[in-house]
Design a protein around this ligand. Structure first.
Ligand code: MN3
Length: 206
């Protein structure tokens, strides 16, 4: 049985950037629902319960068809959100340092150019989905709760939830304002750690 991870900070940690109300609903309701529905789906098929979730997400074709969509949506939702909470910190914001900063500058010319590109890709997601910074410094997007892992990619360094539930109460339809505000809470230290050492997210997703 998978469980909702505790946050490393309080719901009101992000002040004006992401409200306490959004954080509380997003974590205790939306993420909890992904966990509950993932457990319900896996409960229907004992044969795959022993397999780690990330392995299932990397091999969705191996998941019985009757629960494949549920594992994709709710398993992806559980993994994505577990990462998303880590990608933010009350001490976040600013710019990365060290090797990740160098790599971003090398790839995009400047940190500013990188954020513009990331914002453009985030805004281009039609409907619900995510924008990701990958270890090769590419910026990709996925629809719904799909993970880069489902596309055969490695685990992301960073990712942004652009579902309306992540911002609508604070920003209404202005996704661009939400994306710009999000830079103030990004946990660049965590992203830099993931860049320096390929993360084992199976330790994170419980
Ligand atoms: Mn969400």
């Amino acid at each position: 049985m998978y469980t909702l991870p505790a946050l490393d900070y309080n719901y009101d940690a992000f002040g004006k950037y992401i409200s306490k109300t959004i954080m509380e609903l997003h974590h205790s309701k939306h993420h909890q629902t992904y966990v509950d529905k993932l457990n319900a789906a896996l409960g229907q098929d004992p044969s795959i319960q022993e397999k780690p979730l990330l392995e299932l997400l990397q091999n969705l074709d191996s998941v019985p068809e009757s629960i494949r969509t549920a594992v994709r949506n709710h398993g992806g939702g559980h993994y994505n959100h577990t990462l998303f909470w880590k990608f933010m910190s009350p001490d976040g914001g600013g710019e990365p340092s060290g090797a990740l900063a160098d790599a971003i500058t090398h790839t995009y010319g400047s940190f500013q150019k990188f954020t513009e590109e990331f914002e453009a890709k985030s805004l281009a997601v039609f409907g619900s989905g995510w924008a990701w910074l990958q270890p090769d410094l590419s910026i990709i997007t996925t629809p719904n709760q799909d993970s880069p892992l489902m596309q055969g990619g490695p685990a992301p360094l960073l990712g942004l939830d652009v579902w309306e539930h992540a911002y609508y109460l604070d920003y209404t339809y202005k996704r661009a304002d939400y994306v710009k505000a999000w830079w103030n809470v990004v946990n660049w230290q965590y992203a830099a750690d993931r860049f320096a050492h390929q993360p084992d997210d199976s330790l994170l997703v419980k």
